[in-house]
Design a protein around this ligand. Structure first.
Ligand code: PMP
Length: 386
């Protein structure tokens, strides 16, 4: 039957994370630092808002772009939290998770052969969706010595006449790197000079420890060139609700809306009710969750350093990305043996593209007890390798 397949789909590799976790599911007593999702259950008042919407019989489609009340709430939230103003009427689109927003943005922008610039290591879906949309993905390596920040110099070097889109993801999955206002300014200059359009995936915007997140859309001159993608999964512990959004210039949002209305019609309505509640009454609970991630972040980074693994300080998201290069193993070998010999699962860095080899992505969104035990096991494993 493979002859029937679109070659672009046939040749895409399944997610390296899923492949690894299929292996994990065959074993017992594994501590997993693998999954990129909060270990909190969605706060009850948010769940209750969805339950109430069902009780009230709110089971119909919403407007394609999302319920006006939700778009208003997103607009107010982005303005007060990150100082970016969007008109809820035509600059905000509610999507099925940040994932759909990324897909729509890429499909809307890419013409065959366009080059899409992607700082790496990066979230695993950017490159496959680029290719499925007929684009060419061009990785730009970032380095631990620069705290995995994108530099204007490396961006400039990767640009060709075919470059069209730059995908940004800060705070970063998998590195935990962030960009400050000063870091963004030279990037914005290159974007402007080369007439690029930016997809800025800011799904971890709330999860920063120390310096507050700076949206790329808030940099002078960048708002109209930026599609801001975000969602509720990470900050509000709502991965299973499948609810996110995209914001940008009305010409682009209305084009994305065309694909959205023909493919999914609207985001799940009970999730939209839950999202309104999260933005209206859930901000304090969110802050408590973030404080808890911060404590675990410190524990994990210190733990890796004590073992003797270099670990840059992740300032955002909920991942540590230590270097395992000193062990002489590749990241695939390290992760495989760590699983088999120490019963700890973490994601080999090479699945995240350029610059990922030699690293391990460890999510610290798990209990302190599991993290402490995992660090112990990793320490013993590394010690045995010497
Ligand atoms: N962007 C990044 C960087 C992510 O890590 C994820 C989820 N792991 C997503 C987007 C997708 O989020 P959602 O669950 O809202 O689709």
């Amino acid at each position: 039957m493979k002859d029937f397949l679109n070659p672009a789909v046939r040749d895409i590799k399944p997610s390296g994370i899923r492949r690894f976790f299929d292996l994990v599911s065959t074993r017992k007593d594994v501590i997993t630092l693998g999954v990129g999702e909060p270990d909190f259950v969605t706060p009850w008042h948010v769940r209750e808002a969805a339950v109430m919407s069902l009780e009230r019989g709110k089971t119909q489609y919403s407007s394609n772009a999302g319920m006006p009340e939700l778009r208003d709430a997103i607009g107010t939230y982005l303005d007060s939290s990150f100082q970016v103003e969007y008109n809820p009427a035509d600059e905000i689109l509610v999507t099925v998770g940040g994932s759909e927003a990324i897909d729509l943005a890429l499909r809307t922008l890419i013409s065959p052969g366009d080059e899409i610039l992607i700082p790496e290591p990066c979230y695993i879906s950017y490159s496959p969706i680029t290719v499925l949309s007929g684009g060419v993905s061009v990785g730009i390596e970032t380095f631990a010595k620069d705290q995995f920040k994108l530099t204007a110099e490396s961006l400039r070097k990767s640009i060709t006449p075919k470059s069209k889109v730059l995908i940004l993801c800060y705070p970063s999955n998998p590195t935990g790197g962030i960009m400050t206002y000063e870091d963004w300014l030279p990037i914005a200059k290159v974007v402007e000079e080369n007439d690029l359009i930016v997809i800025s995936d800011e799904i971890y915007a709330e999860l920063t420890y120390g310096s507050k997140h700076v949206s790329f859309a808030a940099i002078p001159g960048m708002k109209d060139r930026t599609i801001l993608v975000s969602g509720f999964a990470k900050a509000f512990a709502m991965t299973g609700w499948r609810i996110g959004y995209a914001c940008g210039h009305s010409d682009i949002i209305s084009a994305m809306l065309k694909i959205h209305q023909y493919t999914v019609m609207c985001a799940p309505v009970m999730s939209q009710y839950a999202a309104i509640e999260a933005l209206t009454n859930g901000l304090e609970e969110k802050d408590k969750m973030i404080e808890s991630y911060n404590q675990r972040r410190r524990l994990v980074v210190q733990g890796f350093r004590e073992i003797g693994l270099q670990c840059h300080e992740p300032q955002g998201a909920f991942y540590a990305f230590p270097s395992i290069a000193s062990t002489g193993l590749t990241s695939e070998q390290f992760a495989q043996r760590l699983l088999e010999e120490a019963n700890v699962a973490a994601v080999p860095g090479d699945v995240f593209g350029l610059g990922g080899e030699g690293h391990l992505r460890c999510s610290y969104a798990t209990s302190v007890a599991s993290l402490t035990e995992a660090i112990d096991r990793i320490g013993n494993f590394v010690h045995k390798l010497k």
